[in-house]
Ligand binder design. Structure first.
Ligand SMILES: [Zn+2]
Length: 54
């Protein structure tokens, strides 16, 4: 059911906005999230509040 996608194709999860963000730090020291599957950058949520899935 859960196919492994090794970077050549975007996972269906990414297509529906369920990115697998991992914490990264840029050259300016800012932290952000980057999807380990598709590489999309995303902002880290401001607080540890509940995440709302669309
Ligand atoms: Zn993604």
């Amino acid at each position: 059911m859960d196919e492994t996608v090794d970077g050549t194709r975007t996972s269906w999860r990414c297509k529906v906005g369920m990115h697998n963000g991992v914490k990264k730090t840029n050259d300016q020291g800012g932290r952000y999230l980057e999807c380990s599957r598709c590489g999309k950058e995303d902002n880290i949520p401001d607080s540890a509040g509940p995440r709302i899935a669309i």
